[in-house]
Design a protein around this ligand. Structure first.
Ligand SMILES: O=C(O)C(=O)C[C@]1(C(=O)O)C=C[C@@H](O)C=C1
Length: 300
């Protein structure tokens, strides 16, 4: 056993450690322990702040604590301040876990996910965004996921943007009075090599979010020609299509009725809202939905 270990050890590992090395190692570990204690202390302090926030925010309805606008702003600041060799997505995931935990401390919820296609990838997205303590409910497709959210009245859902033709215009089930809505796009940060990069939408019961969104999302039906060029010219994009049906994103504040008339769209129904994500480096990303930043200071 010891022979094997000797053979597989690298030269630096096999180098006999002198008193100075032990000393240095002990100092580095003391630094790590200090930093861990500081981080833990900060989390405890953060939970005290959340207890005060609950009193001020008065969040009593389950699932009502989400503020996707605030989360988008926090993610932007996280990208801005990041540097060094620590992968950006590790920091993002740690923060997602923190934010979810603190959201659930305010008002409890579970997460349903659409396992119709790419089940493992969509589950990964759910775990990346909401962590490992939240209960996940596997659903057979997008519509069942939406139905689960509606029936629970509290739960969130993750639905893949890569749907088979058989899924049809699943988004028509959103946005009716008391029906769930689109609240976020995943991944929020597009960067090459990241985990949980399957394109998906986060769906939730109606939220109270005072922050004005960057985009409004509509279900719409085409009357004639392809509406995409007019939608693009208006600063929007088409997220999904099925027959005549489209899932359309328009900038908040766009003259919706006029754009719809020019694009040849009818039966418009608002089905959600989105905040603009961030794309880094040469990661492929829709330039409407993602703001491209250079990677200065960011080492994914
Ligand atoms: O800022 C809030 O309103 C919060 O509820 C706090 C918090 C957080 O933990 O930072 C939690 C949930 C929201 O989605 C956004 C942020």
């Amino acid at each position: 056993m010891s022979d094997l270990t000797d053979e597989t050890m690298s030269s630096s590992e096999s180098r006999p450690q002198g008193e100075a090395d032990f000393q240095k190692l002990a100092e580095i570990r003391a630094t790590i322990d200090r930093l861990d204690a500081e981080m833990h202390g900060c989390l405890i302090e953060r939970s005290t702040a959340i207890s005060s926030l609950i009193r001020v925010k008065g969040t009593s309805r389950p699932g009502a604590a989400f503020r996707p606008g605030r989360e988008a702003e926090m993610m932007r600041r996280l990208v801005d301040r990041h540097e060094g060799t620590l992968p950006l997505w590790t920091v993002e995931h740690i923060w997602r876990e923190i934010i979810t935990t603190f959201t659930r401390m305010q008002a409890s919820f579970d997460v349903a996910y659409d396992a119709g296609v790419n089940a493992d990838a969509v589950r990964d997205v759910a775990r990346f965004l909401f962590g490992f303590t939240v209960a996940l409910h596997r659903q057979s497709d997008a519509l069942s996921t939406i139905n689960h959210i509606k029936e629970s009245g509290t739960d969130l859902g993750v639905v893949s943007l890569n749907q088979p033709a058989s899924a049809g215009a699943w988004w028509r089930a959103l946005g009716r009075p008391s029906a769930p809505r689109i609240m976020a796009l995943s991944p929020f940060i597009r960067v090459g090599g990241r985990p949980a990069d399957h394109p998906a939408l986060v769906i939730s019961p109606e939220l109270s979010d005072p922050a004005p969104p960057d985009f409004l999302v509509f279900a719409a039906a085409t009357i004639g020609a392809d509406p995409a060029p007019v939608i693009l010219a208006a600063g929007g994009t088409v997220l999904a299509a099925s027959g005549r049906e489209r899932l359309v994103v328009l900038p908040a504040g766009a003259p919706v009725a006029a754009v719809a008339a020019r694009a040849g769209l009818e039966d418009l129904a608002r089905v959600g809202a989105l905040f603009r994500g961030i794309a880094l480096g040469d990661a492929a990303a829709d330039p409407v939905l993602y703001q491209r930043l250079d990677e200065a200071g960011v080492s994914p």
